[in-house]
Ligand binder design. Structure first.
Ligand code: UPG
Length: 453
């Protein structure tokens, strides 16, 4: 039996697609191992891993024991998730003995994009094929992979970034740290990993040909960068847990009436913006389920809801909504019949879940790849994006503006129907039940791994 190992990095945004892919591979007569960096940064990751290995006992877990965190303490200004990735990177030499000890020997390793530069030299030395799993959109991959070639260009002076054969990416969609001329975490991360991707054996993206045909064609046609291995659209990866959490409040709401509001696993809004958001949700007149996050890392989120949004708002939102400050299983929420819309930061996993479940989206990108992802929302008919709102923390978006956009989304039946047709497209490649795949691209890769072994 061919043996495949998967190596995710830090944060739920990177772990989620890996466990979905691992779950999908189990039906293909492969032995699967997931190498999990230990300890995880967030509580959510450790809980999800625990549930995952209990649900899929046939998948083996190997822990990559990270060097003590106090060997590397990132600057407090820096993003804790990038600091954690740096700790994983600095511990990656430990992978050599771990990978060679796996039995039977690996037919392939699937590595998170953020570890490309540190893991490729290790797998090259061990002669193990290494595939990079890119956890954002193919459109973001076009920027990620070509950014290092722009090192001598003053991006700040440009109106847009031109990638051959593709529509230019407006400057306002490019994550601001990439426009700075000084070094920073995001710039280093994208430059170093993007450059090394050409040395991998292939790149996997959780997307669909029918959704991102232009970007995929440019990447595979050598238009973005020469010498790139094949980029395979393996999505949309379906959710892998059975329904596991019931939410009594949601069960009592009318079908399609609730707006679900969440900004992913690592985005904390300012208190001022949270108050405006609460005000906007109330003014909209629609029902809502709102997940409030006060800190980037959930383990540090120790305040009560009242401390964050204030007593008055906490009381008034009860009229029409439910506000929580803990982890909810988003797959369950988005698949609930009462949910009729999603106010999202456009993390790629959230968008692929909305596509898979046919829920219309109001896009409110906050940082990183999220504006580039948001640009796909309107284009594919998944929802709307008010692009004048800017990056998270840049300007405060007022409650009235939020209320208007929420009404525009929730009051528009055509948008609901369009999102349902995105779902039909997303599922067209999968037979009922999701286990017997017609996904030719992934099936072809699996055949390669079996043959080469
Ligand atoms: N999730 C829950 N419950 C919550 C919050 C999140 O189940 O209360 C899940 C959600 O379903 C999704 C994942 O956690 O599967 C979050 O991933 P994503 O929607 O992609 O957002 P982030 O956590 O913000 O992910 C990071 C980046 C994002 C990027 C993504 C993939 O912030 O911009 O697209 O990683 O690279």
């Amino acid at each position: 039996m061919s043996h495949i190992a998967l190596l995710p990095s830090s944060g739920m945004g990177h772990l989620t697609p890996f466990i979905r892919l691992a779950a999908l591979l189990t039906v293909h007569n492969l032995k699967i191992t997931i190498i999990t960096p230990y300890p995880t940064l967030s509580l959510a990751e450790s809980q999800v891993l625990f549930n995952f290995f209990s649900t899929f006992p046939q998948i083996r877990q190997e822990k990559l024991h990270l060097l003590p965190l106090d060997n590397f303490s990132g600057n407090s200004e820096e993003d804790p998730f990038y600091c954690h990735i740096e700790v994983i990177r600095r511990s990656s030499h430990l992978l050599s003995s771990l990978l060679s000890s796996l039995s039977p020997p690996l037919a392939a390793l699937i590595t998170d994009m953020s570890l490309t530069a540190s893991v490729i030299p290790i797998t090259e030395a061990l002669n193990i094929p290494n595939y990079i799993f890119f956890s954002s959109s193919a459109k973001m991959l076009t920027l990620f992979i070509s950014f290092h070639t722009k090192a001598n260009t003053n991006l700040y002076e440009m109106d847009a970034l031109q990638i051959p054969t593709l529509e230019p990416i407006p400057k306002s969609w490019i994550p601001p740290p990439l426009l700075q001329d000084i070094d920073n975490q995001l710039k280093t991360y994208i430059t170093e990993n993007g450059k090394e991707m050409t040395k991998s054996d292939g790149i996997l993206v959780n997307t669909l040909e029918s959704i991102e045909q232009e970007s995929l064609a440019a990447l595979n046609g050598g238009k973005v960068i020469l010498g790139l291995p094949s980029v395979t659209a393996i999505g949309l990866l379906p959710p892998c847990f059975n329904k596991c959490q019931s939410l009594a409040w949601l069960d009592t709401q009318p079908i399609g009436s609730v707006l679900y509001v969440s900004f992913g696993s690592r985005t904390a809004m300012s208190r001022e913006q949270l108050k405006e958001l609460g005000d906007g949700l109330m003014r909209s007149g629609y029902r809502f389920l709102w997940v409030v996050k006060d800190k980037k890392v959930d383990r540090e989120d120790d305040k009560d809801l009242e401390d964050i949004i204030g007593n008055e708002l906490t009381e008034s939102v009860k009229e029409r909504g439910l506000v929580v400050k803990h982890w909810l299983n988003q797959e369950n929420i988005l698949s609930h019949p009462a949910v009729g819309g999603f106010l999202s930061h456009c993390g790629w996993n959230s968008l692929t879940e909305a596509m898979w479940l046919g829920v219309r989206v109001l896009a409110w990108p906050q940082h990183g790849d999220q504006k580039i992802n948001a640009s796909l929302v309107e284009r594919i008919g998944l929802g709307i994006w008010e692009s004048s709102w800017g990056w998270g923390g840049e300007d405060i978006v007022k409650g009235q503006q939020i209320a208007e956009k929420v009404s525009e989304l929730m009051g528009n039946e055509l948008l609901r129907m369009k999102a349902v047709s995105v779902r039909e497209k997303a599922r067209a490649g999968m037979e009922l039940g999701g286990t017997s795949m017609k996904m030719k691209a992934l099936a072809k890769l699996i055949e390669t791994w079996k043959k080469d072994n």
